[in-house]
Write a protein that binds this ligand. Structure first.
Ligand code: PLP
Length: 352
């Protein structure tokens, strides 16, 4: 059953009343262009991108490519400066500072909390259970009239597992606000993306990124996939030229080499399984959590000490032992095959 929620009524009043900025390129992009105070003499860099001109505000060509790839329509796609931009933008659109709240489900990605703090929006925490799965009824119970957004992350960072699809669908159908599912790691997962479900659930926003499976963290390109109603407001509130020409051009080129993207995903999954298997054979490693991502979470005796000792040897992992239910846990990004071997060798040298 689709959620019968009225999206318009969730939007902050000042945003509902907003007259969006109209940029020069919204009106004309051909002709003798003397309208945008660009440098008509050109940039010092010679390439075909006309870098002295502002980019298109909406990047329709790239949005179309992404829409086809994710089996949704062009008007379901918003492009952001990483997925960190839509995480913040959604709070700015739906949450009144000093009044409204969001729900997060720790242990999870830290930016939802930071974005809420920056916007002076309250945070309600509903912990994942011992298997790092959602507690849907507790989430619904903790929502009140001030609660505008629920942030879920699947596969979840730092726990690496996918959340149960049935729980997320149930929440999309019944949560009295916007349900964001951050799928930064979805291409490493066995579970299907929720992206096509935005056609059914108007309050669902799926976040994806070029930073992980595409290996393009440096270009800062994130995607929000949602109902046309929500995407339209996001386009109105974003900075006029948020995605630059170099980023859009690089992303378009990446689509010309999808077989390599797929190959790298498979290689990372293969290395992940090898590393998990090797870690399980180390007696001091108490648990290696199942992973649907490009990293592993594992529990090891004296994790903080091991973390520092690894760093002293130039092997850098992330200590996650301060997160709820993650006592003595380290998070390990899957590296190149030789890097993974070096990691294992160094770890073993420290504990035996
Ligand atoms: C769950 C999750 N979402 C979003 C991001 C940030 O992605 P982006 O590089 O697109 O801003 C990360 C980065 O580690 C992440 O773990």
């Amino acid at each position: 059953m689709p959620n019968s929620i009225n999206i318009e009524s969730l939007i902050r009043e000042n945003i509902r009343k907003l007259t969006p900025y109209r940029s020069a390129r919204d009106d004309f992009d051909k002709g003798l262009l003397l309208d945008a105070n660009e440098n008509s003499l050109g940039s010092p860099i010679r390439n075909s991108l006309d870098l002295h001109r502002y980019p298109t505000p909406t990047h329709d060509g790239l949005r179309n490519k992404i829409a086809k790839w994710r089996h949704v329509d062009y008007e379901n796609i918003f492009l952001g400066v990483g997925s960190d931009e839509p995480i913040d933008l959604l709070i700015r659109i739906f949450c009144e500072p000093g009044k409204d709240s969001i729900i997060i489900t720790p242990p999870t990605y830290g930016m939802y909390k930071v974005a809420a703090h920056i916007n002076n929006v309250a945070i309600k925490e509903v912990l994942l259970d011992e298997l790092f799965q959602l507690r849907p009824q507790e989430i619904l119970n903790s929502a009140d009239v001030t609660t505008k957004i629920l942030y879920l992350c699947s596969p979840n960072n730092p726990t690496a597992n996918s959340l149960k699809l049935a729980d997320m669908v149930k929440l999309a159908a019944s949560f009295p606000g916007i349900v964001v599912v951050d799928e930064a790691y979805i291409d490493f997962a066995k579970q299907e993306s929720m992206a096509p479900l935005v056609q059914q659930y108007p309050n669902l926003v799926v976040l994806q990124t070029f930073s992980k499976s595409f290996g393009l963290a440096g270009i800062r390109l994130g995607i929000a996939i949602s109902s046309p109603e929500i995407i339209r407001v996001m386009l109105q509130v974003k900075a006029p030229y948020n995605i630059n020409k170099l980023t859009a051009d690089t992303a378009a080129k990446a689509f010309e080499n999808l077989p390599l993207v797929k190959f790298n995903i498979e290689k990372i999954i293969e290395e992940r399984e090898y590393l998990a298997d090797q870690l399980r054979q180390i007696p001091q490693v108490k648990k290696v959590y199942p992973s649907d991502a490009n990293f592993l979470l594992f529990k090891i005796n004296d994790a903080q000490n091991i973390y520092h000792k690894l760093a002293d040897k130039g092997v850098i992992v992330r200590y996650r032992g301060n997160e709820p239910r993650c006592e003595n846990c380290l998070r390990l990004t899957i590296g190149m095959p030789d890097e993974n071997v070096r990691f294992l060798k160094t770890l073993k040298s420290l504990i035996t």
